[in-house]
Design a protein around this ligand. Sequence first.
Ligand code: DGL
Length: 286
Amino acid sequence: MFIHFPKNRENEPSLRPIGVFDSGIGGLTVVRALRDLLPHEDIFYIGDTARLPYGGKSKATIERYSIEISGLLLAENAKLIVVACNTSSSLAIAKLHEILRVPVVGVIAPGARAAVKETRIGHVGVIGTRSTIKSEAYERAIQALNPVVRVTSQACPLLVPLVEEAWLKEEVTREVLHRYLDPIIAAGIDTLVLGCTHYPLLAPLIQEVAGPGVHLVDSAKNCAVAVKQTLMESSLENVIEKAGKLNVALTDSSSSFLATARQALQLQIDSLETRIVQSMVLVEMA
Ligand code: DGL
């Protein structure tokens, strides 16, 4: 068994694209935030739509998928990899830090930092996929920053399909949100981390359901801030004044959600391709 990554082409490092991946299209919320903050950067985005959802899968599977997709981004000469998926960030980021030689930025640490900064009463809510919530990655990150802050978490497995159906304002979505959020609001949180990259698309409805007393922390925006800082610290920021390109590749040829996300996020996509994921495990035949 061996892991094979194609060699990076030599290039001026700062001109190389930022590589971003998610299990699907939800990570485009992170791309939107990156576009706003770093307009000159080229971005290569891969959505693993062939294997979506990641949200209920095991750590071993999420690690393997994340390594394979990172390999595709390195083949695109990515100078930094953004894990624009809370599930991968929760379960695979340590592995990616260990094996990749480019900087890796996830969504958990930036979201946790923003939540600790925002909370006035020291009680934060976190919503995410089942795997993200089960991993307790947000609890650990928040408590490492401030052990006094209490965290109340809630897995919301129905939200990703609702977002993918583009039911962003429907009554049924409001009802589902009440079922998930009412108990954590009643527990007394004043800050709520949107711990899944699909959820920023539901932010207006989540804010209505949670009420004006609850501050929403968007992990996408905070991740973009962390990317900018990492690029500056590593002298990798592209300072050439031109509009950055956005190239998107999906691992399956169809995704109806792409049109929704593109429209909701007002993203200009310069190219759209399909990529086959190459398994990192090659079994040698006798
Ligand atoms: N984008 C994933 C996340 O942020 C959710 C979608 C999925 O379950 O694959 O956790």
